[in-house]
Design a protein around this ligand. Structure first.
Ligand SMILES: [Fe+2]
Length: 248
């Protein structure tokens, strides 16, 4: 990564695809911080500068259990949502615990063409997202698919366990839930979901406002699984990419 060309290729791929997977980093703890800081400052949250994805007793988030987690964007209850997530695998010895990524932009484009009515309701309905634990209550509203003032795709939000029922009349609410269900099925469909396994020393960086991520359930009795994650902002990747391109 000290070579400008390698850095430039990684950032260009990230910009285009919304994610990159890096192999053969280190299996040491703290690698995720070192990697993130090559791009820019880390976005610290109430989970800390980084978070450890391991199974914990009395977990305040599904991530800290061994349960499967369907495709979602992280922390839609924050203002603003964390822009980019980096997840580094220290150990993945347990049975299960495979990873997945889904391009929310590709799914939005599919819906726009094939299900215009559903697309309309998903892009116009405000949904409340909320996080509650003993120290803090975080809330934010947003659309499951958000467009800018020109109708261009801006971002996806999806977390099936953090969203609340929107204030709509019953008929509209029924339509909204049919559209949400369709969206959920597309996110977990073979057509859109990439499945792979993160092994020790591998790392993935993905755009948290475009790409959804998930994992399958794992069995804590079959081996240790430990990932470390953190967030950075788009300014860091976009800003570095512009700098590197203008140096050419
Ligand atoms: Fe997550």
């Amino acid at each position: 990564m000290n070579e400008a060309e390698v850095f430039l290729n990684l950032l260009s791929d990230f910009q285009e695809l919304g994610f990159v997977i890096v192999k053969n980093t280190s299996a040491e703890e703290g690698t995720v911080i070192k990697f993130a800081e090559m791009f820019g400052p880390i976005r610290t949250t109430n989970f800390g500068k980084h978070f450890d994805v391991v199974s914990k007793p009395q977990a305040n988030d599904l991530a800290y259990t061994s349960l499967g987690i369907k495709a979602h964007t992280d922390n839609p209850y924050r203002k603003p949502m964390p822009g980019i997530q980096i997840l580094h695998c220290i150990s993945n010895e347990a049975k299960g615990g495979d990873s997945s990524l889904v391009d929310g932009y590709a799914v939005a484009e599919y819906l726009k063409i094939n299900e215009p009515e559903m697309f309309e309701i998903l892009t116009t309905t405000d949904v409340l997202f909320k996080f509650v634990d003993k120290d803090i209550i975080l809330e934010n509203y947003g659309k499951l698919i958000e467009l800018d003032h020109n109708g261009k795709y801006l971002q996806s939000r999806f977390s099936g366990r953090l969203d609340y029922v929107p204030y709509l009349d019953p008929l509209q609410l029924k339509k909204f839930y049919a559209a949400r269900k369709k969206l959920f099925h597309l996110y977990e469909s073979e057509e859109f979901e990439l499945n792979f396994r993160l092994d020790s020393g591998m790392l993935m960086m993905f755009d948290n406002i475009r790409v959804l991520h998930g994992r399958t359930e794992y069995d804590v009795n079959t081996g240790f699984r430990h990932l470390q994650g953190c967030y950075i902002d788009h300014d860091s990747t976009e800003g570095k990419l512009r700098r590197l391109k203008s140096n050419l």
